[in-house]
Design a protein around this ligand. Structure first.
Ligand code: ACO
Length: 162
């Protein structure tokens, strides 16, 4: 099991993984227009942390790091249908936090969570109260009325993965 972070860098293997992830998002997030999913997954400002098992994509999280603001916005998060509720979503989030803190230098994540995913995000340490100062994120992430804005503050030292 691997949790690589990659983006649209032209490397064949990465492109195959990103296409697999885009297909999982399209299936698991039926309210999201497919063109919008492809655009963000392939956008060079976005990165994706993925769960790869036996060379196959099982799920992932696509996010945009705003390095100057030290926060990231999670755009999409999903695990393929027959692999949900086995703990992959939790391990995925832990790898995302570790990478975002140690490689991107981020302190927080924000996301618009679907109503049915709020429970998952709460278990991952997200809250509905936004503590991040508005100046840090205002104008960077746009309002979206299909979900609830949630925040996660990363611990500065905790090892999130082993
Ligand atoms: N609501 C409440 N609790 C949940 C949900 C949910 N939708 N999904 C998982 N959980 C719980 C699990 O029961 C588990 O609890 P436990 O630790 O007490 O046993 C915990 O959250 C973690 O479960 P995992 O097995 O690690 O989660 P999973 O691998 O299933 O991944 C995910 C969670 C990503 C939400 C997955 O179920 C999924 O792809 N769902 C469909 C797509 C979706 O809703 N994505 C999020 C949309 S919002 C966005 O993308 C910004």
């Amino acid at each position: 099991l691997k949790f690589p972070c990659c983006w649209n860098d032209g490397v064949d293997e990465h492109m195959i993984w990103l296409i697999g992830l885009k297909n999982i998002f399209a299936r698991q997030l039926p309210n999201m227009p497919k063109e919008y999913i492809v655009r963000l997954v392939m956008d060079r400002n976005h990165k994706s942390v993925m769960v790869i098992r036996r060379k196959q994509v099982v799920g992932g999280i696509t996010y945009r790091p705003y390095v100057s603001q030290k926060f990231g916005e999670i755009a999409f998060c999903a695990i393929t249908a027959d692999e949900q509720v086995k703990g992959y979503g939790t391990r995925l989030m832990n790898h995302l936090k570790q990478h975002a803190r140690d490689v991107d230098g981020l302190t927080h994540f924000l996301t618009y969570a679907d109503n049915n995913a709020v429970g998952y995000f709460i278990k991952q340490g997200f809250t509905k109260e936004i503590h991040l100062e508005k100046e840090r994120w205002h104008g960077y992430i746009k309002d979206y009325d299909g979900g609830i804005l949630m925040e996660c503050k990363m611990d500065p030292k905790l090892p999130y993965t082993d």
